[in-house]
Write a protein that binds this ligand. Structure first.
Ligand code: ADP
Ligand code: MG
Length: 698
C-alpha cells in the first residue's frame, strides 16, 4: 500500500517538474492516482493500413512509412511542425501544433516509423494531426503495444512533452516495479458470486490487456467496485442516520387529517398518490426519521400529498413547513393550501424575502408559541431567525433547485431533526437517482389524475407564425388562456430581454385591447409586480401571459391550455418538459407549440423530436441523460457524485443495480463490516470515505 502512496515525482521518468504538471493538470498526486488514470480508449494496433486506404471518416489507424521533409511552417505564435510519411502507395502529411521542439528533437528523418492517429481531411488531402510515432522494431518487441491504451492529457502537458505515450510508459514501469502490489477490496464470496477479476489483475488489464475480451472483464470489475463503494457509503449514511436519530413519532391519524380527507379533499386521490401517502405514513409512525424523495411528473399532484403529510404532523401536535424555490411558487402553494384547509382550524402563513417586517414579527412569534401550524415560504424559511416551537416535518418542493447546505439547514430547525420530504418534478433516471439519492427512500407518483388528455405537442417554424396567431385566437374564443415563453440565457441576458419585450409588443399589436388582455412576467420585475401579474392571469383577467422561464417551476393555472415556447431550440429537454407541464392541468385538450428556426443543430432537433414523441417525464430524462451526460443534468453539478472514474451512469445501469443490491445485502448481514471475510471491504471503505470528496444530499 505504502508503495502506491508514493508521491508521483518519485516515479522513474517523472521527476519534480513533470510531477508538478501532473498534479496541476490531472490531480495525479501519487502512484495510485496514476494507476487510476484509466485509458479513455484502447486501439487495436495489430492492423497496419496502407496510406492509399486512408479515409477521413476512419477512427484511429496505423500506417508504416518513411519519415521525411520535417519542417516548421507558419509565423511565430501560430507555428506548426509538418512532416511527410511515405509508403509504396502514397504520401501522408503529419502535423503537430504543440510541442514542436520536443518532437523535432526526438524524430529522425529517412527512418521507418509506425504512425498512428485519426485521419482528417484538410484541403482535399489526408493528414494526421498529432500522430504517435513508434519505432516498428520496438512495437514488435513490446506486446502491450498491440492493444494500446490512450490517455487523456491536457494541452499544457502535450506542450511539455507529456503525451499519452509517455503516460503509458510511466504506468508500465510502475507496474513492472517489484514493489508493485494491489490489495483486494472485495470479499472472496462477492468476487465468486459475480465472477469478478481480482483487483490487481483488473488494474493491470485495464491498462494493458492482451485482448479486448479481457479488457471488458477488467473494466467490469472496476466499474462494479466503483459503484459498490459509492452505494455502500450512501447506504451506511442511512443506517447511521437511523441509529443516531430517534425520529419524531407521529402516531395518530387525527381529526384534521380525517376531516380533510373525508370532507374537503376536492377529488379522489389517484392510486399512486394513495400509495405514496401510505409510504409516508409508514415512515413517520415508526420512530425513525423520514428522509424521502417523492418523484412525480409535472401535474401528478404532489402538493396535496405534501399537505396530507403535513396534516399527519399537525394532528400529533407538531408544526410543518414547506419550502419552494421561487416567490411565485411559494405564494401559489400558500394560496392553494390555504384554500384547501380553509374550513379546518389550521393557521397557514407565507414567509418570503418580500414579507414586511411587521408581518415577519407576527410570524416569528406565532411560530415560537406554536400558534402557527403551517409555514410556507422561500429560502427565507431557513434563516436563523426563524425558530419553530416544534417542527415535525419539513417539505422541500422542487428540491433540485436548492443547494445541499440549504436543505441541511432544515434539519437543524428542531432539536430532533424533523421528518424530511423532498419533492421533484424533474424526473431523474432511476440509475441516477440511485447514485445521487442513495441514502433517501424514494416514492414515485407515476400516474396522472384521471381525465387529463395528453398534451398535443407540435413543432412550428417562425414562418408559420400567422397560423399560430389564428390558432391562439380560436383557443381564446373558447375561453382558454395561453402562455408564451421566451428563453432567458444568462450570457446574453440583454438580448434575450429585448426579444421578450419585442415579442410582448408584437403580441399586444396582434391581440389588442379591449378584446384581449396580455400579461408580462420576467425576472427584472419587483416581486409585488410579479405577483400582481400572476394573479391577474390566475383569475382569468388576462388571456395571454408573455413570460421568461420564471414561470417554469410549479406554477399552476388549470385554465391555461396552450404553451407556446419561442426559440425552443435554445432550451434543454428538462426545461422544455417543465414548461410544457404548465398546461394540461385542467380538463381541456392542451397544446404545446415549439417555435423554432429552420436552422438548428442536430442535437436541438433530437430534443424537439423527443418532446413531440413523448410526454413521459422519465423517458425524457433518459433521453436527456443520453444526449448530455449526467454532469449536465439539473441538480447534479454540485453533488460531485458524478466524478466517476470508470463507471458510466447511462451505459452501466445493470452493473450499478447489481452493485447496489450487493451493498444492501452486505449491510443487512453485517452492518458494521466486522466479519472476517468482509475485512477487505471494511478497510477499503474506510480509506475510500477518507478520500472521496463529496457530501450528503439531504
Ligand atoms: P405537481 O405534482 O406538478 O406539483 P400539483 O400538485 O400542482 O402538481 O397538481 C396539479 C393539479 O392537479 C392541481 O390543480 C391539483 O389540484 C390537481 N390534482 C391533484 N391531484 C388530483 C387528483 N387526484 N385528481 C384530480 N386532480 C388532482
Ligand atoms: Mg408542484
Amino acid at each position: 500500500m505504502s508503495f502506491l502512496l508514493t508521491p508521483i515525482e518519485y516515479l522513474k521518468g517523472i521527476g519534480p517538474t513533470k510531477g508538478e504538471l501532473l498534479k496541476k493538470e490531472l490531480q495525479i498526486f501519487t502512484f495510485n492516482d496514476l494507476l487510476f488514470h484509466f485509458p479513455y480508449r484502447h486501439i487495436d494496433r495489430s492492423k497496419v493500413y496502407t496510406i492509399s486506404e486512408l479515409r477521413a471518416d476512419m477512427p484511429y489507424v496505423q500506417v508504416k512509412g518513411v519519415l521525411s521533409n520535417l519542417r516548421t511552417l507558419g509565423t511565430k505564435g501560430s507555428q506548426r511542425l509538418v512532416a511527410e510519411l511515405r509508403d509504396e502507395t502514397g504520401v501522408l502529411e503529419l502535423v503537430w501544433f504543440q510541442g514542436h521542439k520536443w518532437i523535432k528533437d526526438s524524430l529522425k528523418a529517412n527512418t521507418v516509423y509506425l504512425a498512428f492517429g485519426k485521419p482528417n481531411e484538410f484541403n482535399g488531402t489526408i493528414n494526421i494531426v498529432h500522430p504517435n510515432l513508434d519505432d516498428p522494431e520496438d512495437a514488435a518487441n513490446k506486446k502491450y503495444l498491440h492493444i494500446m491504451p490512450m490517455y487523456n492529457c491536457t494541452e499544457k502537458m502535450k506542450a511539455r512533452g507529456i503525451d499519452s505515450k509517455v503516460l503509458m510508459k510511466c504506468i508500465h514501469s510502475l507496474m513492472a516495479d517489484p514493489r508493485f502490489d494491489v490489495e483486494e477490496s472485495l470479499s472472496e464470496p462477492l468476487l465468486k458470486e459475480h465472477d469478478l477479476m481480482a483487483r490487481k489483475l483488473a488494474l493491470q488489464n485495464v491498462h494493458f490487456p492482451p485482448n479486448l475480451a479481457v479488457l471488458a472483464k477488467a473494466q467490469y470489475r472496476l466499474k462494479f467496485e466503483e459503484f459498490f463503494f459509492i452505494q455502500l457509503k450512501l447506504l451506511r449514511y442511512k443506517v447511521k442516520r437511523h441509529q443516531l436519530f430517534n425520529g419524531i413519532k407521529l402516531e395518530i391519524i387525527g381529526d384534521k387529517f380525517n376531516d380533510f380527507y373525508n370532507k374537503y379533499l376536492p377529488f379522489e386521490l389517484t392510486n399512486a398518490q394513495k400509495r405514496v401517502v401510505k409510504e409516508i405514513r409508514a415512515d413517520v409512525k415508526k420512530g425513525v426519521q423520514m428522509n424521502r424523495l417523492v418523484q412525480g411528473d409535472v401535474g401528478s399532484g404532489k402538493t396535496v400529498v405534501a399537505l396530507l403529510a403535513m396534516l399527519m404532523a399537525i394532528d400529533n401536535g407538531y408544526q410543518a413547513c414547506m419550502m419552494a424555490p421561487t416567490e411565485i411558487l411559494a405564494s401559489q402553494h400558500f394560496t392553494s393550501i390555504s384554500l384547501l384547509v380553509k374550513d379546518l382550524p389550521i393557521k397557514v402563513k407565507l414567509l418570503t424575502g418580500s414579507t414586511l417586517t411587521k408581518e415577519r414579527r407576527i410570524i416569528h412569534e406565532a411560530l415560537e408559541n406554536g400558534e402557527l401550524q403551517i409555514l410556507i415560504g422561500t429560502h427565507a424559511l431557513i434563516e436563523n431567525k426563524v425558530a419553530f416551537k416544534n417542527l415535525g416535518i419539513a417539505i422541500v418542493d422542487e428540491q433540485h433547485r436548492f443547494g445541499v447546505e440549504q436543505r441541511a439547514k432544515l434539519w437543524q430547525k428542531n432539536t430532533y431533526p424533523p421528518h424530511v420530504l423532498v419533492m421533484t418534478a424533474t424526473p431523474i433516471p432511476r440509475t441516477l437517482a440511485m447514485t445521487l439519492y442513495g441514502d433517501l427512500d424514494t416514492s414515485v407518483i407515476d400516474e396522472l389524475p384521471a381525465g387529463r388528455k395528453p398534451i398535443q405537442t407540435l413543432m412550428r417554424y417562425d414562418a408559420s407564425r400567422l397560423a399560430v396567431f389564428g390558432f391562439m385566437k380560436n383557443e381564446i374564443l373558447k375561453g382558454r388562456q395561453i402562455y408564451i415563453v421566451y428563453p432567458l440565457i444568462e450570457e446574453s441576458e440583454t438580448m434575450d430581454y429585448k426579444n421578450l419585450v419585442d415579442g410582448y409588443e408584437s403580441i399586444c399589436r396582434e391581440f389588442p385591447e379591449p378584446n384581449y388582455q396580455v400579461s408580462i412576467l420576467h425576472g427584472r420585475m419587483k416581486p409585488k409586480e410579479k405577483e400582481f401579474e400572476m394573479n391577474r392571469f390566475l383569475r382569468g383577467e388576462t388571456n395571454i401571459m408573455v413570460a421568461t422561464t420564471v414561470i417554469e417551476v410549479g406554477v399552476n393555472v388549470p385554465n391555461a391550455s396552450v404553451m407556446i415556447i419561442e426559440s425552443a431550440q435554445k432550451f434543454g429537454l428538462s426545461q422544455l418538459h417543465q414548461l410544457r407541464g404548465r398546461v394540461g392541468r385542467g380538463a381541456d385538450q392542451s397544446f404545446c407549440i415549439l417555435m423554432s428556426d429552420i436552422k438548428q443543430s442536430k442535437e436541438a432537433k433530437l430534443r424537439l423530436n423527443t418532446m413531440v414523441e413523448t410526454t413521459d417525464g422519465f423517458k425524457i430524462a433518459e433521453a436527456d441523460l443520453k444526449l448530455r451526460g449526467p454532469g449536465e443534468l439539473e441538480g447534479t453539478a454540485q453533488s460531485g457524485v458524478l466524478d466517476l472514474k470508470i463507471g458510466d451512469l447511462y451505459h452501466d445501469t445493470a452493473i450499478l443495480a447489481l452493485a447496489r443490491n450487493s451493498a444492501e445485502s452486505l449491510l443487512e448481514n453485517d452492518p458494521n463490516l466486522q466479519a472476517e471475510e468482509n475485512k477487505p471491504m471494511a478497510k477499503y471503505d474506510a480509506l475510500y470515505r477518507k478520500t472521496a470528496k463529496w457530501g450528503r444530499i439531504s
